[in-house]
Design a protein around this ligand. Sequence first.
Ligand code: NAD
Length: 308
Amino acid sequence: MKKVLVTSRSFGKVSDEPLNILKEAGLEVTLMGADFDEEKFKAAVVEYDALIIGAHKFYPEDMAKCEKLQIICKHGAGLDNIYLDEAKAQGVRVTNVPAMNANAVADLAVAHMLNVCRGVSLCSANVKSGQWKTYIGKDMYHKTLGLIGFGNIAKNVARRAHGFSMDVIAYDPYVKEIPEEFKEYVRLGTLDEVIENGDFVSIHVPLTEETRDMFNKESMGRMKEGAYLINTGRGGIVNEADLYEAVKSGHLGGAALDVTASEPIEADNPLLTLDNVVITPHIGMYSFEAINAVSVVCAKNVVKQLAG
Ligand code: NAD
């Protein structure tokens, strides 16, 4: 019997459908996501034919020991935790599920924008601690949104931003022309234009050598006074020490992060001390609809590979 190891925390979390797809294909499934332990994973993975992987790294030296492994399915879009060249050299197929979480992540990015510009989390925490204090925020309506990247998620953020009559500028050197649907309210710009004009700047690129530390002291220093930085992309794209200074000094109006350099974030990270920095625990794709759709695609990819 062929064996499937699942290390994603959310695979099959909202329905039995994905697990049933694997079981009905006669596959033995081990779920390791809920209490993931790196050492246990390294020892166990050598026995498996397929891996449905979460966000943790799968190092080449560990993959090299997996003689049976045929396929690694990323339970999500970002492939930055998988060593693609080494997988290819070893003959292991790698798949991801790019577009299906785009609505969920775009919803969260917009929720973060509204939250941080109106102080929603802060006001709620104040009220719960007995402080009925006012908070004067800013409108999102008619503001300029700078998008870093113009892929699946950014496009869905743009669609939502249009509902707020926002002017959208996107920086994506790999996109040569704005698709017809977006021409009315999105234009392509340089990185400088996006950084310098965005009242909100929202990050939707993968973590690569090009994007690592893209938001640092210098680039954040060029953002508009009072602008908000939203990162639902990857930790590592924003330099957290520089972000702390940019918000603490009052240059930026605030920031919202769904992703951080270290996950979970270290308990002594100074960003945790700032009222106008909102942090969520990498929940971008955690909607019922997205988790189920992504899980089903992963299960089908595994079945297709192992049956072939
Ligand atoms: P996508 O591949 O559809 O879009 C990424 C875009 O980034 C592409 O258009 C690409 O051309 C562009 N890009 C690449 N390098 C760039 C650079 N140096 N400068 C500017 N643009 C660049 O991916 P997507 O589905 O939109 O996801 C975007 C990212 O969001 C993923 O890579 C992942 O890191 C992150 N993500 C986070 C969550 C979450 O839970 N918070 C969930 C899914 C994806």
